[in-house]
Design a protein around this ligand. Structure first.
Ligand code: SF4
Ligand code: MG
Length: 328
């Protein structure tokens, strides 16, 4: 499968009046065509920033990319002109946001917004753009697409609006799609429908998909691989089945213990004690050590490097080999 995106040792800081926040501290990952990578993390873990840097929409300032590289099909995005970045947005790399209502323009019909893109960026005639827009709404299973195309964003339910967003992101036929918490604002049933739809479209078009989420439950069905982020680092990266059958990092294990499970109904779930650290003040040693049940003296002193646990699998824990062997 073709390698689409390669992020290598990316460092991002936010220079704020309170000091320098280390938002990304050496993040590396890659996405191939036809593959879904889930980037999982609590809020403030840096997961959205990983997407914003790829899209070229990071707020600078306060954000500053201080190291590393981002390559799309071999092309260095960090040295590309802003014109080139704009050209890539939409046609090659598209993004879906959590809040469809604020991403869509309230004063235009959804049809107009999709047609505009097709006319301006692909030079379609008014008629062809209209036809294509209806096809796209059909594709994301909006009933009576031919009629709904004349509706305004607020006339759609939350779930339907998210479908409109997906249709819009597909208008220019991107090869890489980034979805930042695309279902967080929706209720559980609608979430599942939207994720199924995304997964289906991704497979049909053989797109690369980066799914950013704070919800481990969401990723199991859709993702091929998972990158778990904590304090601006990827602490574990693994194939989804391997990760669920035997987490290779205590943080991943703790997230899994906090997942509601049918077979444990009625039992209280184990939540992770404490809060993620402020990125202005990341603890020394392993950033997870103040919350880690397994922590030893060494953990507060020595920063763990990435241990290889097998093909394409890494964990940033001093005891990664023991942790991964502990389950089965
Ligand atoms: Fe826990 Fe230590 Fe591993 Fe960090 S390095 S996850 S503190 S055991
Ligand atoms: Mg976010």
């Amino acid at each position: 499968n073709e390698l689409l995106l390669e992020v290598d040792d990316l460092h991002v800081e936010f220079r704020t009046s309170d000091g320098v926040a280390s938002v990304l501290n050496g993040v590396s990952y890659s996405v191939h065509a036809g593959e879904t990578l889930a980037v999982l993390g609590e809020s403030g873990s840096g997961k959205s920033v990983t997407a914003q840097t790829v899209m070229g929409i990071l707020d600078t300032p306060p954000g500053v990319i201080t190291g590393g590289s981002i390559r799309y099909r071999g092309e260095d995005l960090l040295t590309a002109t802003s014109e080139r970045r704009r050209e890539l947005r939409g046609t090659e790399i598209a993004m879906i946001f959590q809040d469809a209502l604020s991403a869509l323009n309230p004063v235009f019909t959804v049809g107009f917004q999709i047609e505009e893109q097709l006319r301006v960026r692909q030079g379609l005639s008014r008629n062809d753009a209209r036809k294509r827009a209806v096809e796209l709404l059909d594709l994301v299973r909006i009933p009576a697409a031919g009629r709904r195309i004349k509706d305004y964003p607020h006339q759609f339910s939350g779930g339907m609006r998210q479908r409109v967003m997906i249709a819009m992101s597909l208008a220019l036929d991107p090869d890489l799609l980034i979805a930042d918490e695309p279902t967080t604002a929706l209720d559980v049933t609608v979430q599942a429908q939207i994720l199924d739809l995304l997964g289906e479209i991704q497979r049909e078009r053989r797109m690369g998909l980066i799914l950013i989420t704070h919800d481990l439950g969401v990723v199991a069905e859709v993702a091929d691989r998972i990158a778990v982020m904590y304090a601006g680092r990827i602490v574990e990266q693994a194939d989804v089945h391997e990760l669920f059958s035997s987490p290779g990092h205590p943080y991943t294990a703790a997230l899994m213990d906090a997942l509601p499970r049918l077979d444990l109904r009625g039992k209280t779930l184990e939540t992770i004690k404490g809060l993620p650290p402020s990125l202005l003040d990341i603890p020394p040693g392993c950033p997870f050590h103040p919350r880690c049940k397994r922590a030893e003296q060494r953990c507060s002193e020595e920063r763990p490097s990435l241990h290889r646990l097998g093909f394409g699998r890494v964990s940033a824990c001093h005891f990664a080999e023991e942790v991964v062997g502990n389950r089965g």
